[in-house]
Design a protein around this ligand. Structure first.
Ligand SMILES: Nc1ncnc2c1ncn2[C@@H]1O[C@H](COP(=O)(O)OP(=O)(O)O)[C@@H](O)[C@H]1O
Length: 286
């Protein structure tokens, strides 16, 4: 049975079980707000105490690059990268009972209900737990205050990385996203070249082009159209922006303004996380 999903039901005796399950994960103290931007070195390269791995969250607008950096960090820290958008897309392609309902919501740029998303995530976490996973990097969850409260109620998230990028780049990045239908590789054909103005520095993000063998197999997500992306950005500002404040108040939010393309941003992110001097950082980026 789904672990987080149980919390949506009346709290009967199962609640204790949930707390027991999750308390084994809850160990490290989060950085205080005064430490934001100066995160302490991780004790044993990503391992929190009591043998469990990191439990981190990525926040940020559609198109900001949550998937890219969450996936790299997950390789580096040996924890799964769990993207709720991927769970939704898996459910959509499974043509199960939820799929037509989900397709309509996703293709309008709206959020799936908290109940559905928590059930999907719970199933994924339980499957991981059965395989011995003890940490994760969440991408795209929580996206509402209610989701954040439920997550906070069952586990102690160590760190929330809030990726930020100038608004004008976000739409272009979403519209430029491509996936190889054969190997699943993610690319971006957008070239972001913003000139400096009014105190904002110039920003250059080169396209991330596919290799020749993927080039003819690229597909675009059905919800990456201009109209739907604009709606997703609006929904982010309305429903998900408050989640940043939720974690800021708890001293867990690490703000990261993307300085440019992936090589530059990845290096800076690792420095901010004090992960830059480990030899595995090179292979994680490959
Ligand atoms: N935590 C969530 N809560 C509600 N809906 C979600 C959540 N995560 C994903 N979704 C649904 O899946 C869609 C795709 O999510 P995602 O791949 O994370 O997109 P984005 O590029 O907008 O960050 C969202 O627009 C939304 O409909």
């Amino acid at each position: 049975m789904a672990v987080l999903g149980r919390l949506l039901r009346p709290r009967t005796t199962t609640f204790y079980t949930i707390r027991t399950f999750c308390s084994s994960y809850s160990t490290s103290s989060p950085p205080s707000s005064s430490e934001i931007g100066v995160i302490e070195p991780l004790p044993a390269f990503g391992k929190i105490t009591d043998g469990r791995n990191v439990q981190w969250v990525f926040l940020g607008c559609p198109g900001v690059g949550k998937g890219t950096y969450a996936s790299r960090l997950s390789k580096l820290l040996c924890v799964p990268h769990i993207a709720t958008g991927d769970l939704v897309r898996d459910e959509l392609s499974s043509e199960g009972p939820l799929s037509s309902q989900l397709a309509e919501i996703v293709n309008q740029g709206k959020l799936v209900s908290d109940e559905i998303i928590i059930n999907l995530l719970s199933q994924r976490l339980e499957a991981g737990e059965a395989k011995g996973e003890s940490g994760f990097i969440l991408d795209g969850f929580p996206r509402t205050i209610r989701q954040a409260e439920i997550l906070e109620g069952v586990t102690n998230i160590d760190l929330v990385i809030n990726l930020k990028l100038r608004e004008e780049a976000l739409l272009a990045k979403c519209l430029g996203r491509r996936t190889c239908s054969q190997c699943g590789g993610n690319y971006n054909v957008a070239c972001i070249d913003i000139k400096a103005d009014d105190g904002n520095p110039a920003m250059y993000m080169p396209p991330l082009l596919p290799p020749a063998n993927c080039a003819s197999k690229l597909i675009t997500r059905s919800d990456d159209t201009e109209e739907v992306v604009k709606e997703r950005l609006r929904v982010y500002n309305e429903k998900s922006r408050p989640v940043e404040e939720f974690y800021r108040r708890r001293g867990k939010l690490l703000e990261f303004d993307l300085p440019g393309g992936i090589p530059e941003s990845w290096t800076k992110l690792l420095q901010l996380l004090n992960l830059d001097d480990h030899e595995d950082t090179r292979s994680a980026a490959a």
